[in-house]
Design a protein around this ligand. Structure first.
Ligand code: ATP
Ligand code: MG
Length: 250
């Protein structure tokens, strides 16, 4: 689904990410850990194609196509979607209008909003005066309408209260097509049915209670660790810290 081949990214004249290699297969969900300021958001912004995030080395492939030179809207149309850590407020644009646009006017914003108990906020300007948790729901609502094949989530549970984390987790699971496995269905068969992929940035790991993560990585000082078991990484970081954890993974 997504391949980063030796990618380096520069922001405001400074190289933030160095020689990143990563492969997300169809149906896989990867989790990205790492300390503040290490380049996690930068990585997602560069995959999405924001113009301030310059690829100075390597290539990005999506669905087998080289998208390194493609614009953000071309990537969105190809099926990449993102929920932001800190999305901007957009005055003069109602959340209802944005959700309708994300769903190409084919999906009813009220129906989608019901799933997130977000109906009361549809007629506000996008993210205007929303609480931290409400902003995360607004981001998810747009993704539900867009229904992308590759979903980039930047700290989707940050600022979300404990009750709503379950709801957010369930919706993310649905977005990633992680349907419940029937008890007599072999795991391998169940996994084959999944087509959507995701990268989730999390500090707290709460989202992993609701969304099954297949692969984990640690991003440290702009460098990516190898792929490993996400639960093990989370436990290891909690016990020994990021640096020690990465040392074990090499
Ligand atoms: N537009 C920019 N101009 C200057 N520096 C930037 C810009 N965007 C990001 N940076 C710097 O790049 C580094 C990586 O930032 P990034 O937002 O990717 O970190 P992060 O890993 O997502 O951190 P956090 O866990 O705090 O969200 C930081 O040192 C940040 O200050
Ligand atoms: Mg960040």
């Amino acid at each position: 689904m997504l391949i980063l081949d030796d990618v380096s990214i520069e922001v405001a004249g400074k190289e933030i990410l160095h020689n990143i290699n990563m492969e997300v297969k169809p149906g896989e969900t990867h989790v990205l850990f790492g300390p503040n300021g290490t380049g996690k958001t930068t990585l997602l912004m560069a995959i999405m194609g924001f113009s301030g995030y310059k690829v100075t080395r390597g290539k990005i492939f999506f669905k087998g196509e080289d998208i390194t030179g493609k614009t953000l809207y071309e990537r969105a149309r190809m099926g990449i979607g993102m929920s932001f850590q800190r999305p901007p407020t957009i005055r003069g644009l109602k959340t209802r209008q944005l959700v309708a646009l994300c769903g190409k006017m084919k999906k009813d914003p009220d129906e989608l909003a019901k799933r997130l108990n977000f109906g009361d906020f549809l007629d506000r300007d996008v993210n205007s005066n929303l609480s931290g948790g409400e902003i995360k729901k607004s981001e998810l609502l747009q993704l539900m309408a867009q229904n992308p094949d590759m979903i980039l989530l930047d700290e989707p549970e940050s600022g979300v209260d404990l009750e709503n984390i379950a709801l957010v987790g369930e919706v993310v699971s649905e977005l990633l097509d992680k349907s419940i496995r029937h008890f007599d269905e072999p795991m391998i068969e169940h996994k084959k049915k999944r087509k959507k992929s995701g990268i989730i940035i999390t500090h707290t790991g709460f989202i992993m209670r609701y969304v099954h993560a297949d692969v984990g990585h640690v991003l440290l000082n702009g460098r990516m660790s190898g792929a490993s078991n996400p639960e093990e990484i989370f436990a290891c970081v909690g016990k020994f810290g990021y640096e020690e954890c990465v040392r074990c993974m090499v």
